[in-house]
Ligand binder design. Sequence first.
Ligand SMILES: [Fe+2]
Length: 200
Amino acid sequence: MYKNMVNTTSLLPEDLAIQSYTSSNYWQIQARLRSLIDNYIAVEKLHERLQDLSTQFTHSQARPWKAIDWQGVNRNQIIGITPEIFLSILIGAMDTEAPIRGYTQTSRQYLEKLHPQMARVVGGTVNQDGELQEIGLWEKEERQHTPTLMKVYTQLTGEKITPKHRTVRGYLPSEFSLAEWKTVLVEAYASHSATPYPYS
Ligand SMILES: [Fe+2]
């Protein structure tokens, strides 16, 4: 009995939004969202990331990942939504993230005139024939996401999954103004997650 209790306690998932409720009302959801925003995208946190960005321009360095306990990933850690909904979000994310090379190269082309240093961080460098010479730091990070999401999916379902093929929108000169690009890139780098480009 005691042993069971200890096991149950140690298996309780960490809830990143502090308190969870079995069936949340509007105000509880608001409170949970507010705590997530305060803890993960607070001004200080974004400021830290933006400070880091200027260092990355001169000394590009990938952020190391902590080791992932794959065996520890299980359905009990899904809180507040059904596993089916969580899995469909997972599939959407892996499909979106999969064509990362296309995203980084389209972005590099847009950025080359606007901000050459950022272009290199995002899309690396190419030679005169347009062949990739160096992979961008951002791509090095981002290309790890789809395989990771696929592994999470497999761990949760016991099934293998292949991302759907999505076509990345190519470079179209003057599609975005400098002001629009500044906004999307600052948001994207600061949150370090979603891809900052509309795909076709
Ligand atoms: Fe990503």
